[in-house]
Design a protein around this ligand. Structure first.
Ligand code: 13P
Length: 287
């Protein structure tokens, strides 16, 4: 059964490790992430952007697929199905469809509007017993066509959003989605520390987990980061393995055209990436 991300993240905050949010795109992605979490006895968060949900034909399909898979695969580790960067309307639709965790991203609104809309989401998610992530200071890079500039969040604004009673807080600390540029100056640890000091025991969320070296990840975890989002790195792993298979001509040998064979190297590559991340994040055997 899907669970709220609240308990797993509070435990991670206390235990100084992080739970990975891995974004899913289809059946292979979902199966790879769930299987790896079960094998490593790790809690996990399945991230679904509105674009990915639309690609999979809608929120209900995603909820049905994930619930079915968890039952058929005998998944016993805690799994949260989380809307990634939800809009106001998207969040309401995902709640209605049965998601167990929601991110409402109001970071592009003026702060007063972000506060008002997030407060409404706190109420809605509390009524359902599901977890809520809010965002302050937009995360840079491009995701589903939305381009942010990679702001450093204002600590007072973080406190105002945190005080609404959100489960977890994503704050911009110079992180961006997708590849980091060569001249990237790294995470703003001073800001992260201030936010952590001012927001009590609220688990903090690090978006843009792709390409952040493990020393920085570990330092971020020591400063309150308890959830780390990874998307692009699984896409690269899948793409590279699939490419190698085709370039080697394996799709033309025997039954190599069978999608169950054609997609298998990419599936295994996602599993390897998820495993590597869970080991760095410290969530192995924390189910
Ligand atoms: P990356 O694609 O950079 O790993 O970021 C994922 C993310 O933050 C999803 O919200």
């Amino acid at each position: 059964m899907l669970v709220s991300a609240k308990d797993m993240l509070n435990k991670a905050y206390e235990g100084k490790y992080a739970v990975g949010q891995f974004n899913i795109n289809n059946l292979e992605w979902t199966k790879a992430v769930l299987q790896t979490a079960q094998e490593l006895n790790s809690p996990v968060i399945l991230g679904v952007s509105e674009g990915a949900a639309k690609y999979m034909t809608g929120f209900k399909t995603v909820v049905g697929m994930v619930n079915g898979m968890m039952e058929e695969m005998n998944i016993t580790v805690p799994v949260a199905l989380h809307l990634d960067h939800g809009s106001y309307e998207g969040a309401k639709a995902a709640i209605a469809a049965g998601f167990s965790s929601i991110m409402f991203d109001g970071s592009h609104y003026p702060i007063e509007e972000n506060i008002a809309k997030t407060a409404e989401m706190v109420k809605l998610t509390n009524e359902k017993g599901i977890s809520l992530e809010a965002e302050v200071g937009s995360i840079g890079g491009e995701e589903d066509g939305i381009v942010g500039t990679g702001e450093i969040a204002d600590v007072k604004e973080c406190v105002a959003i945190n005080d609404l009673g959100v489960t977890m807080l994503a704050a911009g600390i110079g992180n961006i989605h997708g590849a980091y540029p060569e001249n990237w100056t790294g995470l703003a640890f001073d800001t992260l520390e201030q936010i952590n000091n001012e927001t009590g025991n609220t688990p903090l969320v690090l978006h843009g987990g792709t390409g952040i070296e493990s020393d920085m990840i570990k330092k971020a975890i020591s400063l309150g980061v308890s959830k780390i989002n990874v998307n692009t790195e699984c896409q690269w792993a899948f793409q590279q393995a699939t490419r190698e298979y085709v370039v080697a001509g394996k799709d033309q040998q025997g039954k190599g055209f069978d999608p169950r064979k054609l997609l298998n190297p990419g599936f295994e590559a996602i599993k390897a990436t998820v495993k590597e991340k869970m080991e760095i994040f410290g969530s192995v055997n924390k189910a």
